[in-house]
Design a protein around this ligand. Structure first.
Ligand SMILES: [Mn+2]
Length: 302
């Protein structure tokens, strides 16, 4: 039976904690969250997350990233932070924290939820396909060659991963994963994302990029070569994706706080709006507008 509860999973260090707060709050505004599992480094603040959990009535569990948590101890210190997402997912799988709740949604901290994602949560995951992800949305020919993928479109983005902990457990076990990485680093240009792609090759269910709307897909990037059908066979879906966005992913470091105002679109503005509400906690977080309403009211300025 498909779970109706939504459990979020994240992993961050202090540089990403504010992003994670905004992201989690945005999911809570649009969906009923049951539980949030977040891996943190020692230097991360927790107060805001506790307040968000309290206001939106979900449980939050903190885990310290590092020793003992399927730690990526074998990896070079300089790249270790990139693997926190694998650490926390492997940890959730190994613990199987909730026996009756097996499905979890891993999200990068640089994501923003702008709609209900019930259809994703209702998706049935199986032993053969224990995860649901989105394609990178454009041909990744070299990734196909290095990782032996079925087509250049089979490379997935690891920013949003819906997974079944029981079924995924068999595919992912901390120590083997990092051995695999260290043994063939040269193949893993995008580190943890490539590693995920290799481990889960042929075992993923693809879902539309409405659940992982990346920076290059935005309206303002329509002149980007990947938006052109002659360079990217998947470009024909972009109109459909843009009109049905559920999860925005500020990929490629395109964070709203770094953009000049003239480049900010309605998603950037909504991210800033959520952050402002979090900063001014005397506002009632629960009265925060859903994206649709916000967009309607800010039509002229966006
Ligand atoms: Mn990301």
């Amino acid at each position: 039976m498909v779970s109706e509860q939504m459990n979020l999973v994240l992993a961050v260090n202090a540089h990403f904690i504010e992003l994670a707060e905004v992201s989690i709050a945005s999911f809570a505004v649009h969906n009923k969250i049951s539980k949030v599992y977040i891996g943190l480094t020692k230097d991360c603040r927790r107060e805001y997350l506790k307040i968000i959990a309290c206001r939106y009535d979900f449980e939050i569990f903190f885990f310290e990233l590092g020793d003992g948590l399927n730690a990526a101890n074998d990896l070079d210190e300089s790249i270790r932070a990139y693997f926190y997402c694998i650490e926390i997912i492997a940890f959730i799988c190994s613990m199987q924290i909730d026996c009756d709740q097996e499905n979890y949604l891993y999200i990068d901290a640089d994501t923003l939820c702008v709609g209900r994602i019930k259809d994703l949560i209702d998706l049935r995951l199986t032993e053969n396909e224990p995860v649901a992800v989105t394609s990178h949305g454009r041909p990744m020919v070299d990734r196909q060659l290095m990782l032996g993928l079925e087509t250049p479109f089979h490379y997935f983005n690891a920013g949003v991963i819906y997974f079944n902990a029981r079924y995924l457990k068999g595919e992912i076990s901390g120590i083997n994963i990092y051995e695999e990485y260290n043994d063939s680093k040269v193949q893993f240009r995008f580190r943890e994302q490539c590693l995920f792609n290799k481990i889960l090759k042929g075992k993923v269910k693809f879902v539309p990029n409405t659940y992982n709307f990346m920076s290059w897909m935005r309206e303002r990037s329509s002149k980007n070569k990947w938006n052109k059908i002659e360079n990217n066979l998947m470009a024909y879906c972009l109109d459909d994706i843009r009109s049905n966005v559920k999860i925005v992913h500020f990929s490629g470091g395109a964070l709203p706080s770094r953009l000049n105002e003239e480049y900010q679109d309605v998603y950037d503005k909504y991210w800033l709006y959520v952050r402002k509400n979090l900063k001014e906690l005397n506002y009632s977080l629960c009265r925060m507008k859903e994206f649709e309403k916000f967009a309607q009211e800010n039509k002229d300025s966006c």
